[in-house]
Design a protein around this ligand. Structure first.
Ligand code: AMP
Length: 283
């Protein structure tokens, strides 16, 4: 496994792999890796020949009052984890490498897809994401890029960007990896103290309750949202940012479950904002 910090080095290694006839898989991350990230890398390893992982805490996707400065970082540990799943190349650039002085080009996917859900409370988040992912795609030129369904809105936005800007890359969404008790894995879980960690279980519990209700025949979005809110509010520390049920592709609100629905939520425990979601596909 090789670790590089510059764009030129990535280009060189990727070019060499291509000359050998290898396909390129790419997994963008912000580091502080966990099983969720590693599952994407394993999938990349299974589907492509040469796996590139980026580790970059991208400042442009954080709002001014968000946790950029405190976001957890541990590159030596991340390197070991990447090595353990057979990653070929890590790209871990400094901020200057990605955004040299004077950098001012952004990629912004406009419209409701970035304004709803997380976009409502994080209005500049997705343009930071699309801008950095567009750059990373141009740097790594992957055949396939692997994203976690944990960030369902991110997947929908990236898929739209790829389609509309004609990036020659296949987006591969991968399932949410959870702790044994159901909490979706996240680098931000490390912010939770023991009590918040315990109460954070209401997120997955509320989605399970919705699933059970759907399995029992419920299709009304308002009823399902009420059930989810009720379950979350059983945790005294939980402060709901949003609970929404939307079309999984457009992310537009719906009144009744359709054949591909996304139930998405964001909840704060103190300063820590956690997200979770459930995709419901029906014929
Ligand atoms: P991040 O480092 O949080 O930007 O995440 C990098 C990639 O890992 C994104 O595609 C995330 O959706 C994905 N990811 C993060 N947590 C999980 C998880 N629990 N299960 C699956 N994928 C995840």
């Amino acid at each position: 496994m090789t670790v590089v910090k510059t764009i030129n080095e990535v280009r060189q290694f990727v070019k060499e792999a291509r000359l050998k006839g290898m396909t390129i898989g790419f997994v963008p991350t912000m580091g502080f890796l966990h099983e969720g990230h590693l599952s994407l890398m394993r999938e990349a390893k299974a589907q492509t020949d040469y796996v590139v992982v980026s580790i970059f805490v991208n400042p442009t996707q954080f709002g001014p009052t968000e946790d950029l400065a405190t976001y957890p970082r541990d590159l030596p540990r991340d390197q070991m984890l990447c090595e353990s799943v057979g990653v070929d190349l890590i790209f871990a650039p400094e901020v200057d490498e990605m955004y040299p002085a004077g950098h001012s080009t952004i990629v912004d996917c406009e419209g409701p897809i970035t304004k709803q859900l997380c976009g409502a409370s994080r209005p500049t988040h997705f343009k930071g994401v699309t801008s950095v992912v567009a750059k990373l795609f141009n740097i790594t030129l992957p055949d396939k890029a692997f994203f976690g369904q944990k960030d369902a809105q991110q997947v929908a936005v990236i898929e739209k960007m790829v389609k509309e800007l004609n990036f020659d890359v296949e987006i591969v969404p991968c399932p949410i990896v959870r702790e044994e008790d159901g909490l979706a894995m996240s680098s931000r879980n490390s912010y939770l103290d023991a009590e918040a960690r315990r109460q954070a279980l209401v997120l997955s519990q509320s989605l399970n309750a919705a699933k059970a209700s759907i399995d029992a025949g419920e299709t009304r979005v308002s009823e399902l949202i009420a059930l989810i809110r009720e379950t979350i509010q059983q945790a005294p520390m939980a402060e709901i940012d949003y609970v929404q049920i939307v079309d999984a592709t457009t992310l537009l609100a719906i009144d009744e479950l359709n054949d591909d629905t996304l139930i998405a939520l964001a909840v704060k425990f103190g300063k820590t904002r956690l997200i979770d979601n459930l995709r419901i596909r029906r014929r």
